[in-house]
Design a protein around this ligand. Sequence first.
Ligand SMILES: [Zn+2]
Ligand SMILES: [Zn+2]
Length: 529
Amino acid sequence: MKISFFGAAGCVTGSNYLIETENYRFLVDCGMFQGNKTLKENNYKNFAYNPADIDFVILTHAHIDHTGLLPKLVKHGFTGPVYATKPTVDMLRSLLPDSARIQEVEVLQKNRRNERKGLPPLEPIYDELDADKAISLLKGVDRYKDFSPADGCNVVFHNAGHILGSAVVEIKVTDKNETRKIVFTGDLGEDDHPIVNDPDRIKSTDFLLVESTYGNRIRKEVTKEERLSAIANVFKEAEKRGGKILIPAFSLERTQDLLHDILILKERKEISGIKVIVDSPLSKELTKVFVKYPELYDEDATNLRNKMGGLFDHPDFRFTESVEESKALNPLNNIVIMSASGMCDAGRIKHHLKHNLWNPANTVIFVGYQAEGTLGRLILDGAKKVRIHGEEVTVGAVIDQIPGYSGHADQNGLLKWMKTIENNPRQIFVVHGEPESASEFASLIKNDFGFNVTVPAMNDSFDLLGYDESTKPVAKASEIVERPALKPLKRDSHNLYADFMLRLADYMRFEKDEDNRRQKLEELLTKLK
Ligand SMILES: [Zn+2]
Ligand SMILES: [Zn+2]
């Protein structure tokens, strides 16, 4: 029995774990690498295994960094079933084709550049047809109901409290007459998150793969009431200025969380009739999945739904579909536009920012983490000017941030979750974190609980039958697959290039002395030779 780490090891994205026994082999998650271009290049590389040899796949939740390479797996020969919770399956019906369209557009743009450079054209990682084939393999399973995808393999989905349908996956694997329990946290949510229930706890396991996105961060605790009054205040201030409120928000979970909170404020009559427009066809589709599974709401959301007759169909809420509807929002004021992507690096939010960022009457509210190098991060960090679709845009709008919406437990939350483990697991694997975050969290686990803990590197494999509780061995990589190792870079050359171009444009604008300008540019050119 062997586990190998082919993603979310040494980085946050690309979750992909392979478990092999004598009789069957399966994957847990098949995620896409996201972030800077260096990380994304991994999506184009071959899988470290033959997809045709995989018997089945189990998914923790719908996020693309856990599921986005499924169509590629299918394209390269995988034909088995893919098990996930029912909401996850429904969400993937819109997420995977959407991801395919993004690939196709990206590759089209790259190929136009390659053509001009005389380079051969690239093929998209996968297309909509591959996404459709992947969707046809999905099998929805109820939470808490165990199922057996192969003889000697037993799986149960518990609640991970991260997004609707997210699961902590418990798998019992039997190989050579020995059984081992392996628990995958997937992404772990925080207690008291809007809509979803608190994550389920586990009491014992042989092996645990625990996420560590915020393994080295302790967030200031923000209560529900603090979060709500922050929204009410920002809305009131923005209304006084008479402009628009733009909220970049992920289509999945964050958009619905915000609507849920705004609905509470509407119910309490704390904010006036300001209209909220969700301008993202994907958000609209995903919201339908939330409507379909009210039995998965927590108590607060259930009560609110009962009182208001639904969480997402208030008369002040509107979901747009077409590009025309989106463009028609340009001249309107005193509205909230919620749109994707959450970090402003793609999607309709970029158009809205391009048209509205200059205007001091407008407000941009950030409700989620903005990764280094993204447009959202630049704006949040106080950039005076940004480039959007090749155009320079001045930042005149009020920029604000509302904390309290993280989908991930922070260091305290993760440790609190681990506290209920009563046995001494054979090994804890810390995954899904930047290297500093994973290693800091690993040493905390060692100190606080005394568990065996390791931070696996990309391509590491571990023999799961070789562990003996009495000897408490330290994990060792047993086999390294030939595959270039990842270099997690905070800011890659493309980020630096964008900064450089902005700085250069500034320099040309403000340095009026022609001699100085020529001298500086000549210096730079000599350096580039
Ligand atoms: Zn996630
Ligand atoms: Zn994740």
